[in-house]
Design a protein around this ligand. Structure first.
Ligand code: PXP
Length: 236
């Protein structure tokens, strides 16, 4: 199972001061040095974290693989075709949401997604659709020539009881098997963390997980002591 790191949160922190620090591109390069298999960023319509300059710089500088999360809008598809990430992951996007809240409904948006996939394929970009672990949605993704699906793991991650967690894990296991039979690549993500990954990693045949929040949160906490000591040395 490969692991791509989402660096959106670094850009959120940078944007909170409207300055250049911390730099998401540096974070991405450090992540590559640390061994990640790819970098994920979500270029949102409202540019609340990652912006176009970040995406272009990442394209130029990273040497693993760029996964551009995006809504299937004309504006963002045009940027994606111009930038050329290895993978475009199409997600639903609502301005009011704090983060992506669930998978896209492929069946209800079939024509728009079919056109988006065809445009992205025309620019030699592989496409993944972020969906719930649902057989009908997977069939629809395969029907419109998606290369990958990314299974939304948020329900699994937020499960309160063990029973709920195992039910969702079963759904995901069945979905992965079905997608693989149809020849789709299978990624997964949302809410995966240092606890739930221990069960999640037992699911066979998932190509890659995309993780952001848990890793960036841990980095802030584990890096804090050293940052404080650096400042104390300068002050005293
Ligand atoms: N995959 C997709 C499609 C997402 O939208 C997100 C959140 O940006 C992630 C994975 C990563 O989720 P988290 O930040 O909870 O690890």
């Amino acid at each position: 199972m490969k692991f791509s790191l989402n660096v959106d949160h670094i850009a959120t922190l940078r944007n909170s001061r409207g300055e250049n620090d911390p730099e998401p591109v540096i974070a991405a390069l450090l992540a590559e040095q640390a061994g990640v298999d790819g970098i994920v960023v979500h270029l949102r319509e409202d540019r609340r974290h990652i912006n176009e300059r970040d995406v272009r710089l990442l394209r130029e500088l990273i040497t693993t693989k760029l996964d551009l999360e995006m809504a299937a809008t004309d504006e963002i598809i045009k940027i994606a075709c111009d930038v050329g990430p290895e993978l475009s992951t199409i997600v639903p996007e609502r301005r009011q949401e704090l983060t992506t809240e669930g998978g896209i409904n492929v069946i209800d948006n079939i024509n728009r997604l079919k056109d988006a996939i065809s445009d992205l394929h025309g620019a030699d970009i592989l496409v993944s659709l972020f969906i719930e672990p649902n057989i009908d949605q997977i069939d629809a993704a395969a029907e419109i020539n998606s290369d990958f699906i990314e299974i939304h793991t948020g329900v699994f991650a937020n499960a309160v009881t063990e029973e709920e967690q195992f039910d969702e894990l079963d759904k995901i296991r069945t979905a992965v098997k079905h997608a693989k039979k149809l020849g789709l690549g299978v990624n997964a993500g949302h809410g995966l963390n240092y606890q739930n990954i221990k069960i999640f990693r037992e699911i066979p045949d998932i190509d890659e997980v995309s993780i952001g929040h848990a890793v960036i949160s841990r980095a802030v906490i584990t890096g804090l002591k050293e940052a404080i000591q650096d400042m104390i040395r300068l002050i005293k």
